[in-house]
Design a protein around this ligand. Sequence first.
Ligand code: PLP
Length: 224
Amino acid sequence: MSVEKNLQHIQEKIIEACKKVNRDPHEIMLIGVTKYTTIEKAEELIQNGVINLGENRDQEFLSKYEVIGNRAEWHFIGTLQSRKVKNIIDKVDYIHSLDRLSLAKEIDKRATKKINCLVQVNVSEEESKHGLKREETIPFIENLAEYQNIRVIGLMTMAPNTDNENILRKVFRDLKKLQEEVQNLGFEHAPCDQLSMGMSNDFEIAIEEGATMIRIGSLLVGEN
Ligand SMILES: *Cc1c(COP(=O)(O)O)cnc(C)c1O
């Protein structure tokens, strides 16, 4: 299937999911995850209006950035090693994987402007996944106040790899609850109005549960 056809299909699903829960589809930012794919496919996404692109490795990101540059808004969605921060920090628009103070410190040190960050939460507490436990998240965000270049715009999670709708829904619901708790604290450095959750196989449920950013790879560009 072409990118255009895939996109059309996804957009229809976004609209349907929004309709179910009375949300405005414009609230949903579609991030095209290009980590599996070529620069050509990424260009095709941009031509079709998907200008938010997600990458999870610094090398892949940099090689695409070299060609595409600021024609896209770049989302870093993968585990980020502190020593890689300096290579990407002036090129990314969002970091979705902030999960430790040492990383925050390095971002703060290397950035020349405020960086939009999302704190990654391991809601399901799977061993294989990165991110903070739920109960660690608020103290962590409190500690970020001292870093001038970090702005916590939201929370991010990856749901378990399952088709069990109840499990998925519970994970998304728990992240939403946590987001509301952060918002209620009214931290100046952490407006936390974004929820980055939902991928190819679960984005409709994520939207029903409040996602504002969905990260879609395989359904959009294939897995080549
Ligand atoms: C790969 C990846 C995605 C996209 O996954 P798909 O299932 O292909 O849509 C989303 N988020 C993160 C963090 C990823 O690493």
